[in-house]
Design a protein around this ligand. Structure first.
Ligand code: ARG
Length: 462
């Protein structure tokens, strides 16, 4: 390969070929976010090397003090990050060398950047699992709070976004508590599985030094060391599981976000969102746009995008480490940031929203939402086969519709003209309150059922 040819295409980039390579190769621009994890991993590694007689106590102390100084410098914002030093691992080590001199060169004994980045990233993702669990808990409490306030407020339940049957506000809120609880358990589960320490796998094959991987694992809060050095350096399942859990959680948030967009519209007026999470229009004074809800609805795009991106990076990678894997971090960073922000914004919106109880009630009774109650009553009280009851109810709905009234507004005589056996008891099941009160099956929408679920969740969150 001739330098002449290189310099021709390299000329398109200020600084030439070297600058292009540096730009594509360096990860310091983003992996500086791993500085605390990198320093924690190095301190644990050095302490273990000293305990095993691989480092002298004096060298270990110099390294430990130096690393703490580096951390302080980074946190004070006066650390000289350098793209020429590629990544966070080499930036920190180079700075350590400047501070403490020769012993810095001994830190990398029995270690490689391959196990170093694996442990740093695991520690970071593990923290994000904890943050997600905390954010989900807070959001569950916000939904519980809403559910408690309106355990018996009636509202329409929808299928196909068509009014189906009356339900309670509390029941609808508690549906999200169930979803979020599954989200939380996915993060807890992923956290358990990722809690094994890859440090000490070295480049890929382990090391000939007499290291103690159990010691470093324990020092970093892992349950145990990973058991296969090849897998340890090649694995990014922990990041994929995090993104998978994050994607499902963000999907749930997007569904409630969509409901808020619909519910806060002038056509529905089910809820009023607080001013903190809406914006006004610059030319239409009547408008209050649900911007935060819309953005929350969109965030899944980024989070699921990160998930797909990392799967695509990992697909078909021969063992063990390949530089492709450096493309893992930005996706996970962005997804984690988006998820934490989404959880916080949703918590705020849920806490601050005000239900319009009258609008909910009015909508609950519209669209012949108690038709199923009428059919069920015909089965129960008159022993009609359900199919016949369905038919009779259909005729009564048509009669009410033609008269421009609701089912409970039909007279007994009108009803008896369709089926002679109907008695005045039918009116006991026709109102929306009667309807929801009757749904007492386990997990049903009856206020008592909802209150039982609220109590159960409050206890488990306490
Ligand atoms: N910056 C690298 C990454 O993020 C660190 C590991 C580099 N290892 C190597 N053998 N080049 O993946």
């Amino acid at each position: 390969m001739s330098d002449g040819a290189n310099s021709m295409w390299g000329g398109r980039f200020a600084g030439g070929v070297n600058a292009i390579m540096e730009a594509i190769n360096a990860s310091i621009g983003f992996d500086k976010r791993l500085y605390a994890q990198d320093i924690a991993g190095s301190r644990a590694h050095a302490a273990m090397l000293a305990a095993q007689g691989i480092l002298t106590p004096a060298d270990q102390q110099a390294i430990d003090a130096g690393l703490q100084q580096v951390k302080a410098e980074i946190e004070a914002g006066d650390f000289p990050f350098s793209a020429a030093l590629e990544d966070i691992h080499m930036n920190i080590e180079a700075r350590l060398k400047t501070i403490i001199g020769e012993p810095a060169g001994r830190l990398h004994t029995a270690r490689s950047r391959n196990d170093q980045v694996a442990v740093d990233f695991r520690l970071w993702v593990r923290e994000q699992c904890d943050a997600a669990i905390g954010g989900i808990d807070a959001l569950m409490r916000a939904f519980l709070h809403q559910a408690e306030a309106g355990a018996d407020w009636v509202m329409p339940g929808f299928t196909h976004l068509q009014t189906a049957q009356p339900v309670t506000w509390g029941h609808h809120m508690m549906a999200y508590v169930e979803m979020l609880a599954r989200d939380r358990s996915r993060f807890e589960d992923a956290r358990k599985r990722m809690n094994e320490c890859p440090l000490g796998a070295a480049a890929l094959a382990g090391t000939s030094f007499p290291i103690d991987r159990h010691m470093t694992a324990a020092a970093l809060g892992f349950d145990r060391p990973t058991a296969n050095s090849l897998d340890s350096t090649a694995d990014r399942d922990f990041a994929l599981e995090f993104l998978g859990a994050a994607s499902i959680c963000a999907m749930h948030l997007s569904r409630f976000a969509e409901e808020l967009v619909i519910w806060s519209s002038a056509q529905f007026r089910f809820v009023r969102l607080s001013d903190s999470f809406t914006t006004g229009s610059s030319i239409m004074p009547q408008k209050k746009n649900p911007d935060a809800a819309e953005l929350l609805r969109a965030k899944l795009g980024r989070i699921l995008g990160a998930n797909v991106a990392l799967f695509t990076v990992m697909k078909g990678l021969a063992l063990t480490y390949s530089k492709d894997m450096q493309e893992d971090k930005e996706q996970v960073f962005d997804a984690a940031d988006s998820l934490m922000l989404s959880l916080a914004a949703m918590e705020g919106m849920v806490r601050d929203m005000t239900a319009n109880v009258d609008a909910l009630r009015a909508a609950a009774g519209s669209g012949f939402s108690t038709a199923t109650d009428l059919a069920d009553w015909l089965v129960r009280a008159l022993n009609l086969p359900f199919r016949d009851a369905h038919h009779v109810t259909g005729s009564l709905v048509k009669m009410a519709e033609d008269a421009g009234i609701d089912l409970p507004d039909l007279t007994l005589e009108q009803m008896q003209s369709v089926h002679a056996g109907i008695t005045k008891d039918v009116f006991d099941v026709l109102g929306v309150d009667n309807s929801v009160r009757s749904r007492i099956s386990y997990g049903g929408t009856a206020p008592d059922q909802v209150r039982a679920q609220i109590a159960r969740w409050k206890e488990s969150l306490a």
